[in-house]
Design a protein around this ligand. Structure first.
Ligand code: HEM
Length: 222
């Protein structure tokens, strides 16, 4: 499961989170990972919007809430990028699973594939923020909305292995993060319609009533 963390030194990870800059928008950065930061926090990924990067932006659409400054290219960096003049950078960390049961985890492991296949010429980055009402729910209430009533994992499983994904959590990086999650998917061009069908099913679910900011960014590999 791609949102499972790689083995890491927990103390170093927590120290990095504690000293995190909270950099998120309109910070000058470059598209190269700064080695010291990525070494310090191996769970951190940065999504850098600007004029350079491996992904060319096909479209950027605000589904709900405020949009983001339009950019031509996006780079996905493992770690914290160096300083330069990008339009924005979003950051998130891979983390442990919150809602997945053992049978679901086994079903995911059996079907899912890693990002970065040669055939995955297309991608989507969808930053998401959930409402204060969502975060006020208890863990069991959230699980109930997420799976029992919205079938998030059940829907998603149908689209594996065509779609590869990685979930990044932003909420614990600091108060200045503009989103709670950065979701990242890649797939072959021919699977774009399947990806859109999956999104439509998820957006029609009860879970999405708790989303108050969502931006749909579509990409093509350069
Ligand atoms: C490709 C098929 C997909 C599968 C198999 C899948 C599966 C999952 C699973 C198992 C989790 C729960 C992780 C946990 O236990 O904490 C999760 C969380 C999440 N997924 Fe998906 N997902 C898919 C597609 C999507 C799509 C298309 C979106 C929306 C753009 C999305 C957005 C999210 C978000 C925001 C969370 C975090 C929910 C929260 O913690 O409140 N997923 N996904």
């Amino acid at each position: 499961m791609p949102d499972e963390p790689q083995p890491t030194d927990r103390r170093r990870f927590l120290a990095c989170i504690a000293t995190g800059t909270g950099v998120s928008m309109a910070m000058p950065i470059t598209a190269d990972a700064a080695p010291s930061e990525s070494t310090l926090n191996p769970r951190l990924y940065s999504f850098v919007g600007g004029k350079t990067g491996h992904w060319s932006v096909l479209s950027m659409k605000a589904i709900i809430g405020d949009g983001l400054t339009a950019v031509e290219r996006i780079d996905v960096i493992h770690g914290q990028p160096r300083m330069t003049d990008a339009a924005w950078v979003l950051r998130g960390v891979i983390s442990n699973m919150r809602y997945t049961t053992k049978p679901e985890s086994e079903a995911l492991t059996a079907k899912q594939v890693a990002l970065g296949r040669k055939t995955s010429t297309h991608a989507a980055i969808i930053p998401i923020r959930k409402s204060p009402k969502w975060w006020a729910l208890t863990q069991d209430e959230r699980r109930s909305v997420f799976e029992d009533r919205s079938r998030h994992t059940t829907i998603g499983l149908k689209y594996l292995p065509a779609i590869a994904r990685r979930l990044h959590h932003c909420r614990d990086l600091g108060e200045s993060e503009p989103f709670d999650f950065i979701t990242y998917f890649d797939f072959a061009k021919d699977d774009t319609n399947a990806f859109d069908d999956m999104l439509a099913a998820m957006r029609a679910s009860e879970e999405w009533k708790y989303i108050d900011r969502e931006i749909d960014i579509r990409l093509q590999h350069v």
